[in-house]
Design a protein around this ligand. Sequence first.
Ligand SMILES: CC(C)(COP(=O)(O)OP(=O)(O)OC[C@H]1O[C@@H](n2cnc3c(N)ncnc32)[C@H](O)[C@@H]1OP(=O)(O)O)[C@@H](O)C(=O)NCCC(=O)NCCS
Length: 156
Amino acid sequence: MKDHAGLSDQPVALEPVGKGNRAAILALELLPEQQEFVASNAESLAEARHDDEAIARAVVAVGRVVGFLMYSAPDDDDEAIIYRFMIDRREQGKGLGRAAVAMALEEIRRLEHIRRVSICYEPENEAARRLYASFGFVEQGLDEDDEMIAVLELSR
Ligand SMILES: CC(C)(COP(=O)(O)OP(=O)(O)OC[C@H]1O[C@@H](n2cnc3c(N)ncnc32)[C@H](O)[C@@H]1OP(=O)(O)O)[C@@H](O)C(=O)NCCC(=O)NCCS
């Protein structure tokens, strides 16, 4: 089927990070004004190498890496935390971020020990606020680093 409206109708897949997609993840870019909203992918990938609990995923649309996310879901906790998420500046506004969040929540929901998902973002990050609120995340207030924490209770 032809897609006249951009990529928003295309499926998005989350893929484990590995040799085949690492360079593409590192090549993803944000708009200058977005760079303070999330650590660089280079930092996140370096962190993931040393953190057994970090689950890093490439966001892939039509065979291309368009974004990156990272979450944790420790076995001894019932809360998953999505703590890195970005879509490349050239791919934003096409519904890919929404599709990626949906896929991440689907993946997390399959982990039976997880009851809630939390996410954090800068309070001035209106795009993130709206996106997460539309999935039912409820803002809890600022943490000690002045980041907004929002939580989604998973219905089981
Ligand atoms: C937040 C981000 C991932 C959204 O990705 P995206 O692919 O552009 O998002 P989508 O096109 O799927 O839009 C989903 C929703 O996000 C919100 N949104 C996206 N861009 C927005 C903007 N510029 N202003 C306000 N809301 C916006 C809207 O609610 C939108 O839904 P709608 O189109 O139905 O109104 C992307 O803007 C990004 O990478 N930002 C920089 C990094 C970041 O802030 N990460 C999140 C904090 S860790």
